[in-house]
Design a protein around this ligand. Structure first.
Ligand SMILES: Nc1ncnc2c1ncn2[C@@H]1O[C@H](COP(=O)(O)OP(=O)(O)O)[C@@H](O)[C@H]1O
Ligand SMILES: [Mg+2]
Length: 208
């Protein structure tokens, strides 16, 4: 595959599914061959796809014991694989299985003290997954649900940088269009922040 990107975090409700779907739409719109893999037993990405008669890119549900091994079928293809995951605190095994095989891990996090604190638990999940990989998984934080012109976004970004995290330059605003996105095709205005994110991730990976 050209690039594989997992969106994961310890907690539910951190925008893993919304970001996965929007990112898949943005990369598909930019002409990439995209596969969205839903590894959450709650299957919200799959149900979202069903609700609109199918996303315009490929979607698969990987609820097997070791979903990571299924992704190896795409090795050598030109596909960008995006993996939506369940919350790692309840589904550690699934998330570790994915983190053993993907190129990039993106951790979506809101600029709020509690959410940032909870995110630090991902280090353990990543560490366990890396026991079974040759190289560390490239990991970054994606600031999402960022309120325009509020101080939380820049302050949390700076604090995370200071703590040694790799914070993506792209960030996703807190917008109504995202809170109302589930179960519908995204509005055109929803995509630009994810187009920027897609470009940044491809560039990071040297796959642009
Ligand atoms: N950028 C955003 N702006 C506003 N609401 C958002 C944004 N991203 C996600 N949401 C909302 O937050 C909630 C959780 O998002 P979801 O993608 O389902 O999280 P997860 O998959 O991590 O459980 C949903 O109600 C969703 O609509
Ligand atoms: Mg989800």
């Amino acid at each position: 595959m050209k690039l594989s990107i997992a969106l994961a975090n310890t907690k539910p409700g951190t925008s893993k599914t919304t970001s996965s779907v929007m990112l898949a739409y943005a990369l598909h719109g930019a002409g990439h061959d995209v596969l969205l893999a839903d590894t959450d037993p709650a299957a919200s990405a799959l149900e979202w796809s069903d609700a609109i008669g199918g996303f315009p890119f490929d979607v698969i549900g990987l609820s097997a014991q070791n979903p990571g091994t299924k992704l190896s079928a795409y090795a050598g293809s030109d596909t960008v694989v995006i993996v939506d995951t369940p919350q790692a605190e309840d589904h550690g095994r699934t998330v570790r299985s994915i983190l053993r095989v993907v190129d990039e891990l993106v951790i979506p996090v809101a600029p709020s003290t509690i959410e940032v604190e909870r995110t630090s638990a991902m280090a353990e999940v990543i560490g366990e997954a890396e026991e079974n990989r040759e190289r560390p998984v490239r990991t970054s934080l994606l600031l999402t649900r960022v309120v325009a012109s509020a101080r939380s976004g820049p302050e949390v970004r700076e604090a995370l940088h200071g703590a040694g995290y790799d914070v993506l330059t792209s960030e996703i605003p807190r917008w109504e269009t995202y809170s109302m996105a589930y179960g519908a095709a995204p509005e055109k205005s929803a995509l630009p922040p994810f187009e920027k994110l897609g470009n940044e991730l491809l560039e990071r990976a040297g796959a642009a």
